[in-house]
Design a protein around this ligand. Sequence first.
Ligand code: IPE
Ligand code: IPE
Ligand code: MG
Length: 240
Amino acid sequence: MDENRQGMVIPKHVALILDGNGRWAKKRGLPRTMGHKEGCVTVEKTVEIAARLGIEYLTVYGFSTENWKRSSEEVGALMQLFRYYMVRLLKIAKANNVRVRMIGDRTRFDRDIIEGLNRLESETKDNTGLTFVIAVNYGGRDEITRAVKKLAADCADGKQDPQAITEAMIASYLDTADMPDPDLLIRTSGELRLSNYLLWQLAYTEIYVTDCLWPDFDETELQKAISAYNGRERRYGGVK
Ligand code: IPE
Ligand code: IPE
Ligand code: MG
């Protein structure tokens, strides 16, 4: 693994649960949507920082399969933000040699959002720097369910043999096929749960939770998480 100038090992794949936009807004007497807007600015900054630090994969949880349960006003405002920030993100990705990928079930979004996501992926696919993965309408259980459906259909068609199913084969049916598992998971705003994020992929990931609310997250906070990660003794079930 590469070490940066401070002798720190930079995790290859950082997964982020960006939580606390609502609380950030509430603290300021603002509507929740203002927290989301500020949160989008933080996402843009984090992409640039991650690209500069040499992180290879950054996977950000932007909207879960459960987030549709929020009020129609909040869901509508989030969709508007996606529309706006997808255009900005394309520019940022191009300027920073970032490849964008989306995980989750995009089919539930409006046509123009689906087109925007497709465009983000196709126009950045040859970039060689950071891979920025956006998890939208993403749920770990939904991802596994879709993967099982596809694998079962391939077995029924005779393309796969049920007796030959391996962990690697299952992984190849997930949205994250050909991506390494996350080394470090960061969750902002203090909740100690996974909220249906990357259930398969986080099996041996180191977890770091900070009380920092997502819109307040910055390079110092990211460095703190990386430094905590450097102090961990990674194990995969074995002994040292
Ligand atoms: C995270 O912030 C953003 C999304 C889930 C879309 P929240 O909206 O969950 O903020 P809190 O948890 O209510 O503070
Ligand atoms: C997790 O945050 C989902 C995203 C960050 C997109 P939530 O705020 O939705 O999670 P819970 O409801 O606190 O578990
Ligand atoms: Mg939340």
